[in-house]
Design a protein around this ligand. Structure first.
Ligand code: PAF
Length: 276
């Protein structure tokens, strides 16, 4: 497996590849994206870059886990052919002042509680796409809103990239895998399962025939309340455009974000009337 530290090295590699952008601190969820890319493409490249512009001023940029050595091992074991590890100045040279923004979709859910977050994500991913020029790019459904926004960016800007969204990978008790799970102490780790539990309760209610969003949303919020320290949001929105709906007639995204201790966790499930 090759490790590229510069844009020039990536460019001269010149392969049409599957691409898995990451911020490192890799886990089994990332490994599943890399394996899927390796199965669907001749070559797979992973980027590892903790993108400062998607963190708010009071967020965890400084303490975000940096575990390059372990990350490289995971990439290789999962089937990556190359890893790109740019530094901050390479991505944001002096005088950098160009941003990519997807309007509307980024105003809700995580966008509402993390102002500027998605502008940082779309800008860095647009740059990484320009550097790597992949045929396909792989993202996790855990960041459902991110996947929707990036899909819209690719469509609106005619980027010739197939976007692939892969299922959430969970711990045996249901907790969605996340780089931030490693912040949790023992008690918090036990309570963190509340997000998937609450979404599971909502899914059960939905499958038993409840379609009213107010009832489903209340179930989500009250169940979460038993586990988490602070609810950020508990929402049920249209799965395609994140519009509000009173009754589920098309696939809906049930999504939650909450603080367990000082760690902010997110999770979601799709409620699909056809399978309900
Ligand atoms: O999902 C992530 O890890 C990041 O938001 C991404 C897509 C790598 C952009 O920094």
């Amino acid at each position: 497996m090759k490790v590229f530290a510069t844009i020039e090295e990536v460019r001269s590699w010149g392969k049409s590849a599957g691409f898995v952008p990451t911020m490192g601190a890799l886990h089994e969820g990332h490994a599943s994206l890399i394996r899927r890319s390796a199965a669907e493409n001749d070559q797979t490249i992973v980027s590892i870059f903790v993108n400062p512009t998607q963190f708010g001023p009071t967020e965890d940029l400084a303490k975000y886990p940096r575990t390059l050595e372990a990350d490289l091992k995971l990439c290789e074991a999962a089937g990556a052919d190359a890893v790109f590890t740019p530094d901050k100045r390479m991505i944001y040279p002096d005088g950098f002042c160009t941003w990519v923004t997807v309007e509307g979709l980024g105003d809700k859910l995580c966008g509402a509680s993390r102002p500027g977050h998605f502008k940082g994500v779309t800008t860095v991913v647009a740059k990484l796409f320009n550097i790597v020029q992949p045929a396909r790019a792989y993202f996790g459904q855990k960041d459902a809103q991110q996947a929707l926004i990036l899909g819209r960016m690719v469509r609106d800007l005619d980027m010739p990239i197939e976007m692939v969204t892969c299922p959430i990978i969970r711990e045996p008790d249901g907790l969605a895998m996340s780089s931030r799970n490693r912040y949790l102490n023992e008690d918090e780790r036990k309570r963190a399962v509340g997000l998937s539990k609450a979404l599971g309760e909502v899914e059960k209610l939905f499958k038993s025939g409840t379609r009213k969003v107010s009832i489903l949303r209340a179930k989500l919020a009250t169940t979460l309340d038993d586990y988490v320290d602070k609810l950020d949001y508990a929402e049920i929105l249209d799965a395609e455009d994140l519009s509000e709906t009173a009754e589920i007639k098309r696939p809906a995204l049930a999504a939650a974000a909450a603080f367990v201790g000082s760690t902010r966790l997110i999770d979601n499930v799709i409620l699909s009337p056809t399978s309900g």
